[in-house]
Design a protein around this ligand. Structure first.
Ligand SMILES: Cc1ncc(COP(=O)(O)O)c(C=O)c1O
Length: 366
């Protein structure tokens, strides 16, 4: 059967963007989770200084890059990895998320199913579709936790992988990744844990699936959010030696390479934590500010446990109507929960500086 490509979600926001733009000062775009703050300057400088432009870069990642990832994993999570056996680079994590099912299916052709949270970043399901797999959502409870007990045995049996994402985009929930890893091992389902928001948690330590042991688990990390480097496209995956080996070999054959200068910059970004501390504070302040703006509009919201999104119930109206209301009344553009699997939530990304967010509070005053 021919695959009908759905519209790209954010393209559907154009009419609401137009509405929001009518406000003096223009639209306050809180729809896409794209960072607006400065990346670490030393990393940016290294983009022109690495002298790695001429030759092909190693697909698996330079030693320097993988060592830097290894040291960061040790500092951040106190997990010991071997950079040769357990770590490899990816070109930002979206391409990894979307291509992993295709590559895993080559390894285990009798498995044809990708499990993913029913409320989630849309690329997990898209990766299943693009690889010709079945995309089977796992129910999520009101607290953003997976209800694995309700999965059908046949779906589990056929699964190539289970995607999890904590802190979650969009719900902001965090979860017990050790328990999920145990479930995966006992059902022979590899757990792929997308941890790109790992450090954006407050009053608690970042967590990774890797603390459960490496067997049957792969953690996926990105510099896009951590270091405001979404524009240079770089991340890494780490964990189970056999899975990492398979993926890095097949990715090498398919020409997936992070450009050399980007690997150099990434090594520097992963060796610094101070800029992440500063970024956490910015997000926290903006989330609180946005929460108070919503309150003035009689819209209740809770601060997330992690990530930089407010996941807001749309109350008695549906998600699109609330997107419309915010665009019309205060010129703010939010993403409807339908992009992530819920028709009665919206997602508000704290990705504009406070000066810009203040436009919202000014528009609130009569
Ligand atoms: C949960 C999640 N995973 C992966 C990505 C992709 O990030 P990148 O491809 O920039 O590494 C995003 C981006 O929004 C995301 O929210």
């Amino acid at each position: 059967m021919r695959f009908e490509l759905p519209p790209y979600p954010y393209d559907l926001l154009d009419p609401y963007r137009l509405k929001a733009t009518q406000h003096d000062g223009g639209v306050v775009d809180l729809s896409v989770g794209t960072p607006c703050d400065p990346p670490p300057q030393e990393a940016i400088r290294s983009l022109t200084e690495s002298e790695s432009e001429r030759g092909y870069p190693p697909s698996i990642g330079s030693q320097e890059f993988r060592k830097s990832c290894q040291q960061w994993v040790k500092r951040c999570f106190d997990v010991d990895l071997d950079f040769e056996r357990h770590i490899a680079s990816c070109i930002g994590t979206k391409e990894f998320v979307v291509s992993a099912p295709t590559y895993l299916r080559l390894r285990t052709p009798d498995k044809d199913t990708v499990l993913y949270p029913e409320i989630s970043y849309p690329s997990y399901a898209m990766g299943a579709h693009l690889s010709g797999c079945r995309a089977v959502p796992v129910k999520v409870d009101g607290k953003g936790q997976l209800i694995l007990e309700e999965l059908e045995p046949d779906d589990i049996e056929r699964s190539l992988m289970l995607w999890v994402n904590y802190p979650s985009n969009p719900t902001g929930a965090i979860a017990d990744l050790n328990a999920i890893a145990d479930w995966g091992r006992s059902h022979d389902v590899p757990i792929f844990s997308d941890e790109c928001y790992a450090e954006f948690v407050w009053g608690r330590e970042p967590s990774t699936v890797l603390t459960s042991g490496l067997s049957g688990v792969v953690a996926v990390h990105s510099l896009s959010k951590r270091s405001n480097l979404a524009g240079i496209r770089v991340g890494f995956y780490a964990g189970d030696e056999d899975l990492v080996h398979w993926l890095k070999e097949v990715r090498k054959h398919s020409g997936k390479m992070v450009p050399g200068p980007v690997q150099a910059a990434a090594s520097i970004a992963y060796s610094d934590d101070q800029h992440v501390e500063e970024q956490k504070l910015r997000y926290r302040n903006r989330l609180e500010f946005l929460q108070s703006c919503l309150k003035s509009l009689d819209i209740e919201s809770e601060l997330p446990q992690g990530s930089f999104y407010l996941w807001v119930h749309s109350g008695s109206i549906d998600a699109w109507d609330l997107v419309d209301r915010l665009a019309s009344e205060v010129g703010a553009l939010a993403a409807p929960g339908t992009f992530f699997g819920s028709s009665n939530h919206i997602r508000i990304a704290a990705v504009q500086p406070l000066e810009k967010l203040e436009l919202i509070s000014e528009r609130l005053s009569p």
